[in-house]
Design a protein around this ligand. Structure first.
Ligand SMILES: [Zn+2]
Length: 204
């Protein structure tokens, strides 16, 4: 029998749920007003398999790949993962605090996990993200804005400069900020143009 699906506030309907134990409550009264964008691939540079799912659910211990086994003591999570195909997985309810940002600062606020939603895109910083990922991200942002007063969006590299480099030079910020889900959000950092622009969202 399938494991019971988590219910309650902050789980999106009709999206694959893989509950992570790596979360806790947000500070009382803390508005969720920010999205933090990341990339991840496990093993690094490989875009397939279930290692990301196992990282976020603490199931990498004993993996024959030493790179993965070494990550097994990390207790991390994100709210969402968008795979190269555009497939979406949710690990933590958006009302709860996922553990994706680490030591971080956004404008006058530290501890960005408190007030942000973490979205991982399957990627590695050396390949452009896919059109399917941008389309999914736009639709996800539209859904999230129905529930949370989102106004800011930033990359992990913005809030942890020098320590983190994702989503990196291939992430197309202008495309996201002009997409239906991203329009009106503010990225309070200097605009970096991506190395390679993709087609507009409207194209297949
Ligand atoms: Zn990151």
């Amino acid at each position: 029998m399938a494991a019971p699906q988590p219910q309650g506030a902050g789980w999106l309907p009709r999206i694959r749920r893989l509950p992570s134990p790596n979360f806790n409550a947000r500070p009382a009264g803390c508005p969720v007003d920010t999205v933090i964008v990341h990339y991840i691939s496990l093993p690094p540079g490989r875009f397939s398999g279930d290692a990301i799912d196992r990282l976020f659910t603490n199931r990498l211990a004993g993996d024959p790949n030493p790179v993965l086994a070494e990550l097994s003591t990390l207790m991390v999570s994100a709210h969402f993962l968008i795979r190269r195909t555009g497939t979406l997985v949710q690990y933590v309810a958006t009302d709860d605090r996922a553990w994706h940002a680490g030591p971080s600062r956004l404008l006058d606020r530290g501890a960005c996990n408190d007030f942000s939603i973490g979205i991982e895109l399957e990627g590695d910083g050396t390949h452009p993200f896919t059109c399917a990922q941008y389309r999914r991200l736009s639709r996800l942002l539209e859904l999230l804005r129905k529930r949370h007063p989102l106004r800011l969006i930033a990359g992990h590299e913005d809030i942890a400069p020098g320590r983190k480099f994702d989503p990196g030079p291939f992430f197309d910020w202008p495309l996201v900020l002009s997409s239906p889900g991203g329009a009106g959000l503010i990225r309070p950092f200097p605009l970096k143009l991506p190395i390679k622009r993709l087609s507009p969202l409207s194209q297949p």
